[in-house]
Design a protein around this ligand. Structure first.
Ligand code: NIG
Ligand code: FE
Length: 547
């Protein structure tokens, strides 16, 4: 070690560019929405899961002595994506409904006839907590590989107290990297976990082998062009360059020592876990309960499993369940009197949400739920003006919602109200695209100074996809946002929408080391390449996942 250089765990760089918004006292809005700092030939230095410096690689290489280097030559480094609106916990897809919609049936007609969301409700009620958790964990890993390092997940396909609690417990368990889901999820060496997909099996000794289990496809040797390389700085297990071996690998850092679970060299779980817990005092990834400290943190470093941070939202008011058909007010009573208190008691969700929509929950019902939720300490985010101009955005502003989501049909008079209330407009243009609805007026919102975040809405009905780069592309082509605005909205904007902007959403000293390395010479490629730009590495809390 060079005596004058400060030791760090990881240096990411040199990169073609490092691009990041800069955090301020308020969420990026208006002209700030389109402002990014771009460092050509940049690098990021990381210690104990946090960023210690961002700047030109030449400077950082002089100042820091890294245990490991993630070479990002030819690549661009951006903050990890923060997706503040998903329905990722569900059982069963709805491909046949897609066909029916294309044949002319509307989303609302299908819901009114007991399909749509209610179809997913039937299947989610049938699933066990562990089944839901395993399906969710696979999707969490899917979105992590697409660059999402923090994701909000809603309940809302249970619609009974027991089934909503089951969903929320599944969300908590899926997000906990130390939970082996009743033995169904191999941790340690098999941490990447079960997934469908082809496996390359060794039939003769000496044949070139594959990587470990569960990487989806293990046959993705790749040519290594433009990919990120992790080079060890003399720490355990860190020497072999991931990517050169071909197989997808998850690198789990325990302190500065790196174990490669797929190679079977992971340290014994208990010991590593204990060491990691000692080193990282932060809590698990789901903040406990409403009004909980939103400090969060990274997961169990001993389990070998790297997951996005998960933020849980209770959405018991997602649809009127069949048992209450025609009696929505009685279902609202049930939410207010039974469900919300039960969720609060177990500390299972930080936010409460309502699908405020014609034929679902009207303004008055939404207001009742919101008031009850606030009394119990929940923070508020709302689905508003998605399919009809009901005036939900005005209500969101009035009740001080953290975020008003969708806004395809936001009324002009409600736009300044959002700005005055400090409510983030979370736009989901992938949903408008998939439902073939008009887009939200992003340009009007930005011109009015309303902070805009982007989200996927990942769910089986209105947007069955979890790619933030795809959403950025649709935001640009469909809503006229610029690639710069779209990236800000997908990182720092999302972090504000989840009240985590002090810790997440930008690459700045002191912030959690959550970042994405894309195989492209500039950040504009995220939107420009229609969501197909390769994510070659993701760093979550300083831990490197090489795709
Ligand atoms: O945000 N609008 C209500 N909820 C989701 C759709 C959920 C579903 O169709 O399963 C949305 O679009
Ligand atoms: Fe939604």
């Amino acid at each position: 070690m060079h005596p004058s250089r400060e030791p760090v765990d990881l240096l990411i760089g040199p990169a073609a560019q490092v691009a990041t918004p800069r955090a301020a006292e308020r969420p990026p809005a208006g002209p700030q929405q389109g402002r990014l700092e771009v460092i050509p030939g940049g690098a990021v230095a990381v210690r104990d899961g946090r960023i210690v410096a961002v700047g030109p690689y030449a400077d950082l290489a002089r100042r820091y002595d890294p245990a490991e280097v993630l070479d990002a030559s030819g690549c661009t480094v951006v903050p990890g994506f923060v997706d503040p609106h998903t329905h990722l916990c569900f059982a069963g897809w709805r491909a046949e409904e897609f066909e029916r919609r294309l044949a002319g049936a509307s989303y609302q007609e299908i819901l009114a006839a007991g399909g749509g969301i209610l179809d997913t409700v039937r299947r989610t009620r049938e699933a066990s907590e562990v089944e839901l958790a395993a399906a969710l964990r696979r999707r969490l890993l899917e979105v992590l590989r697409l660059g999402t390092t923090t994701v909000e997940v809603k309940s809302g396909y249970g619609l009974t107290t027991a089934d909503e609690l089951k969903m929320l417990r599944a969300i908590r368990r899926a997000a906990d990297p130390a939970d082996d889901l009743d033995g169904t999820w191999p941790l340690g060496a098999g941490a990447w976990g079960p997934a469908n997909g082809p496996r390359l099996r060794k039939n003769r000794p000496g044949a070139t082998g594959s990587g470990g289990p569960g990487s989806g496809s293990d046959v993705d040797a790749g040519d290594g062009a433009g990919g990120a390389r992790l080079a060890g700085g003399g720490t355990a297990g860190g020497g072999a360059a991931a990517g050169a071996g071909g197989a997808a690998a998850t690198w789990a850092a325990a302190g500065t020592a790196h174990a490669r679970p797929t190679a079977g060299t992971a340290p014994p779980r208990a010991a590593a876990g204990a060491a990691a817990r000692a080193a990282v005092p932060a809590a698990g990834p789901v903040a406990a309960g409403p009004a909980a400290d939103r400090a969060g943190g990274h997961g169990d470093l001993g389990s070998g499993l790297v997951l996005p941070e998960v933020v849980a939202t209770f959405l018991g008011a997602h649809a009127v369940p069949p048992e209450y058909r025609g009696r929505p007010d009685e279902y609202v009573d049930r939410i207010v009197e039974e469900m919300l208190p039960a969720v609060a008691r177990e500390g299972l969700a930080e936010y409460a949400d309502v699908f405020c929509e014609q034929g679902v929950f009207d303004l008055e019902q939404t207001r009742r739920i919101v008031e009850a939720a606030r009394r119990l300490g929940f923070r508020i985010r709302l689905h508003v003006d998605e399919l009809t101009p009901l005036g939900g955005a005005g209500l969101a502003a009035r009740v001080g919602a953290v975020s008003a989501d969708h806004l395809l049909h936001v009324r002009d008079e409600d736009i300044p109200r959002l700005r005055e209330a400090g409510t983030v407009a979370t736009l989901l243009p992938g949903t408008a695209f998939f439902l073939r609805e008009p887009y939200a007026p992003a340009r009007k919102l930005i011109a009015a100074g309303v902070p805009v975040a982007l989200a996927t809405d990942y769910n089986p009905g209105s947007h069955p996809a979890g790619s933030m780069p795809l959403v950025m592309a649709i935001a640009c082509v469909g809503m006229g946002m610029t690639p710069t605005e779209a990236l800000v909205a997908s990182t720092l904007g999302g972090a504000w929408a989840l009240e985590r902007a002090q810790r997440l959403g930008s690459l700045e000293p002191g912030k959690q080391a959550d970042l994405v390395v894309i195989d492209a010479p500039s950040y504009q490629h995220l939107a420009y390449r229609l969501g197909t730009v390769p994510v070659v590495a993701v760093v979550k809390g300083g831990r490197v996942v090489v795709a």
